[in-house]
Design a protein around this ligand. Structure first.
Ligand SMILES: C[S@@+](CC[C@H](N)C(=O)[O-])C[C@H]1O[C@@H](n2cnc3c(N)ncnc32)[C@H](O)[C@@H]1O
Length: 392
């Protein structure tokens, strides 16, 4: 499936860093008898302590990094998200915010400012990120942008035992390890990773039973219409992860923002090569075996699977919509029209950012928001404009 990829040169330091991670992954492959699953490879490439893409010093997010996310594109994204959190905190009579995978800390800083302006500050703003390396960067961002609110921010090493309030995660689900599979002559094969002639290579092996059964169910859901050689990805860890997150939510709402689709569309016959995408210095390509530790690897989220895992965990699916509709429901237009004291250049920037966040060809439709709740009847304004739950 890979096409020849031309990427910018890496520095000697970057090459040395990647070589260390390559050695670590090769050792894992040797210990496993010659190959490892793709999910294991992705876990190591992104999160191997001290060496993985998210666990080591690469700049990652932002103009000087490899990719850009909505909070980095436009503070108005985080302001709208804060409006949604404020509505829930109001209805609950207070509570905390827990942000998963807070990246550079930009979203936390803007949300805290906005919640303060709205008079609905959370008791605590908790951050849980698998990357210890990003923690320092998050602290610096918040200390610079909202120093007086820093005392409310706490970094967690694990899920809290009890939580009441709003959980938020932007582009976290897409960064979770996935298995890759291909269906050939009716047989489900998993695509693993081995070491070949001086580089990693993809190997095919019979899929373990659980993966095989789940792939066959996906194929059935797609009306058994897949062409021979159909290949895609599957997040086998989602159900377990969401289950443990749900366990600690006593009262409140979870908001996941990410690129993805309902299952029927994600696993449609014409999407026969999956959705895996890699980012290196704002170039994207589909070869996850390149530059271990230096590039991001992502795949689209199956929002039907998120909803199913939520229901299994006893949560209510409050709704599912596009990012554009969610932002519009949360005062985007008011933020755009409220430009008193804002100079012309800033106004132009603001409308450019709004277009990027909402246009169908940009982030507006590719990105979705799903809201899950426990013991919380509050209606959500972000879902009032256009609820697409029926499409899941
Ligand atoms: C693509 S970045 C998004 C960062 C940020 N939310 C943003 O929008 O700019 C993915 C983030 O998710 C974190 N992450 C991945 N899996 C996670 C998990 N299971 N729990 C918490 N954070 C996770 C990564 O360390 C990283 O910070």
């Amino acid at each position: 499936m890979s096409h020849a990829v031309e990427l910018p040169e890496v520095s000697a330091d970057e090459a040395a860093h990647s070589a260390q991670l390559v050695a670590r992954i090769r050792a894992a492959i040797d210990a496993a008898g010659g190959w490892i699953s793709f999910a294991r490879f992705m876990q190591m490439a992104l999160y191997e302590p001290g060496l993985g893409y998210y666990s080591a010093g690469a700049r990652k997010i932002g103009a000087a990094g490899d990719f850009i996310t909505a909070p980095e594109v436009a503070p108005v994204f985080s302001r709208c998200l804060a409006a949604q959190c404020a509505e829930v905190l109001d209805a609950l009579g207070g509570g905390d915010i827990l942000e998963f995978g807070a990246g550079s800390g930009t979203m936390a800083a803007v949300m805290l400012h906005e919640l303060e302006a709205l008079g609905v500050l959370p008791g605590r703003y908790l951050i849980l990120d698998v990357s210890a390396d990003l923690r320092e960067r998050q602290r610096e961002t918040i200390a610079a942008a909202a120093p007086h609110l820093l005392p409310r921010v706490e970094w967690l090493d694990r899920l809290p035992q009890h939580f009441s309030g709003v959980m938020v995660a932007n582009e976290v689900l897409d960064a979770m390890p996935v298995e890759r599979f291909v269906v050939r002559d009716g047989t489900v094969l998993c695509l693993g990773v081995a070491w070949g002639e001086g580089s990693f290579e993809t190997v095919e092996a019979p899929a373990p039973n659980e993966l095989r059964d789940r792939v066959l169910r996906l194929r059935e859901d797609a009306g058994d219409s897949w062409p021979d050689g159909y290949s895609s990805e599957l997040n086998m860890g989602l159900r377990g992860w969401l289950g443990s997150v749900a366990d600690c939510l006593e009262r409140g709402v979870m908001l996941f923002v990410d690129y993805g689709l309902p299952r029927r569309e994600l696993y449609a016959a014409e999407r026969s090569d999956g959705t895996l995408l890699c980012h290196f210095r704002h170039r994207f390509h589909d070869d996850p075996l390149l530059l271990p530790g230096l590039q991001d690897i992502t795949s689209w989220v199956d929002f039907t699977a998120v909803a199913e895992a939520a229901v299994e965990a006893g949560l209510e699916v409050k709704g599912y919509t596009t990012q554009a509709h969610f932002l519009i429901g949360n005062d985007l237009t008011r933020h755009l029209s409220d430009v008193s004291g804002v100079d012309l250049v800033q106004r132009v920037n603001l409308s450019r950012q709004a277009m990027l966040l909402t246009l169908p060809g940009e982030m507006g439709e590719r990105f979705k928001v799903i809201a899950l709740a426990r013991n919380c009847d509050a209606p959500l304004r972000g879902l009032a404009v256009r609820d697409l739950t029926h499409a899941l």
